[in-house]
Design a protein around this ligand. Structure first.
Ligand code: CTP
Length: 286
């Protein structure tokens, strides 16, 4: 219940437990058993508790715990929606699963994580500050607002273009008239913007490359063009099942080399990626 949860004695005890390294699953926000008292205080859903426990045990097995203690991480995830008029938008098939899994894994590794999420149907990851946005421009604003950070992971499938004129009114269909032209303008590139910041550039900027052909070649070109430190390349051609699915096969592309990881769940890819970037960050320190 929100009253109990926000009570200062509870806050004191929770802080103490957190200091002792105890993890929390929930409480979640929403309606309470008591009518008219919505807020933060709901028990996490049993499935969510199970997932969190399994993830915690896997983290322990892979040595994720504490790897990013004291670090700040920002992650973008999901698609963006670009309005055509007040009721229609342009979008893509991204589910946000991989980006959300990375944010969750970074939090479990001890980082202070901000996730900037486009419209998705999956829950916010536990222990992460999640900012919900719709458009690429809103995503960029939220991302810049979350800096400084040690690591940035741009996993969102940001729409490359948006309709040039977002009409204030719903576009009407008129009998016998041609369909309205859909003029597009380019959206800002968040990954490239972040990689080229003069002030507050994260130490490690990681991008994704979702490709349907010539994966490595395109990923290498993206690494160069966008100025980031690493590209996580994955094949999203229709047969791959990556878009919206639970599994992923990725290739880690840097200026030095390409390392291919075997197929794994998106949670496992997230865990490996977090451990990998934590290692790179550590190696770069004096
Ligand atoms: N990205 C971004 N902002 C954009 C477009 C892409 O931050 N406006 C980021 C994505 O989050 C991803 C990387 O850039 O980390 C590559 O995205 P992708 O869509 O594969 O690249 P594009 O530049 O859009 O290239 P193309 O569509 O030609 O493959």
């Amino acid at each position: 219940n929100p009253m109990m949860w926000s009570h200062k004695a509870t806050a004191r005890n929770v802080a103490r437990l957190r200091e002792d390294g105890i993890g929390f699953i929930g409480p979640n926000a929403g309606e309470m058993a008591e009518k008219g008292e919505p807020g933060t205080g709901r028990m996490a859903e049993p499935a969510e508790i199970l997932d969190a426990v399994v993830a915690r045990l896997d983290d322990r097995a892979t040595g994720l715990e504490g790897l990013l203690a004291g670090r700040r991480v920002v992650v973008t995830s999901g698609p963006t929606h670009e309005p055509i008029d007040p009721v229609r938008y342009l979008a893509n098939r991204s589910s946000g699963r991989q980006g959300h899994a990375i944010a969750g894994a970074a939090a479990r590794a001890g980082a202070e994580v901000t996730l900037v999420s486009g419209p998705v149907t999956i829950p916010d990851p536990a222990g992460v500050r999640t900012i919900h946005v719709e458009t690429a421009r809103q995503m960029l604003d939220a991302l810049q607002g979350a800096l400084p950070a040690d690591i940035a992971v741009c996993a969102a499938a940001v729409a490359d273009w948006r309709p040039a004129n977002e009409g204030g009114q719903k576009i009407k269909k008129r009998q016998g008239e041609a369909p309205p032209p859909l003029g597009l303008v380019e959206n800002p590139d968040l990954l490239a913007t972040l990689s080229r910041l003069a002030k507050h550039r994260p130490t490690l900027v990681v991008g994704f490359a979702a490709e349907t052909e010539r994966l490595i070649e395109h990923a290498r070109a993206k690494l160069e063009r966008k100025g980031c430190d690493m590209i996580v390349a994955n094949d999203v051609s229709p047969g791959s099942g990556v878009m919206g699915g639970d599994r992923n096969t990725v290739h880690i592309v840097t200026a030095e080399n390409v390392v291919s990881w075997e197929e794994a769940s998106k949670d496992e890819v997230a865990r490996r990626l977090v451990a990998h970037v934590a290692g790179i960050l550590k190696a770069r320190e004096p």
